[in-house]
Design a protein around this ligand. Structure first.
Ligand code: FES
Ligand code: FES
Length: 154
């Protein structure tokens, strides 16, 4: 077993997991943070998006064991408690950007990352930022509108 001490959503967690565990498994199965979803499990859909040490990453491709003690991890459960996270969630609801909702945590994470790191947002920036996130339901237009709304452009 591997032992690690990570900061997750602002709280320190001592965790044990198997050597071959993916971060996605540790978050969902060891910590009960099931807001992070598994869609494809192979880096194609973005449903498992999390922020690791300030970078947007895919939990399904991230081997947990390579993350050292002190790693800072932000999941949808942490983002939804922030003012920006709340604004993004509200914008998604108001723009009808949620249907089945399976892609939504990953979309919100990618949006949070975009809006946290960029001031000048336009439709092209939004499309690029969300290009790693697949949605089978919405056709994307309402999602792009939600991001614009959250950014204050609409
Ligand atoms: S589950 Fe990770 S990219 Fe699809
Ligand atoms: S809302 Fe269903 S996959 Fe996006």
């Amino acid at each position: 077993m591997i032992k690690r001490k990570w900061q997750i959503n602002g709280k320190v967690h001592n965790i044990q997991f198997e050597e071959e565990s993916r971060l996605l498994d540790v978050l969902r199965d060891r910590l009960g943070l099931t807001g992070t979803k598994e869609g494809c499990g192979e880096g194609e859909c973005g449903a498992c998006s999390v922020i690791i040490d300030g970078e947007l990453k895919l939990g399904c491709l991230q081997l947990a064991a390579v993350l050292s003690d002190g790693t800072d991890i932000l999941t949808i459960e942490g983002v939804e408690k922030t003012a920006l996270g709340k604004r993004i969630q509200k914008s998604f609801l108001e723009s009808n950007a949620v249907q089945c909702g399976f892609c939504t945590p990953g979309m919100v994470m990618a949006t949070y990352y975009l809006l946290s790191n960029n001031k000048n947002i336009d439709r092209r920036t939004i499309k690029t930022a969300l290009s790693g996130n697949l949605c089978r339901c919405t056709g994307y237009r309402s999602i792009f509108e939600a991001v614009e709304l959250a950014s204050g452009r609409k």
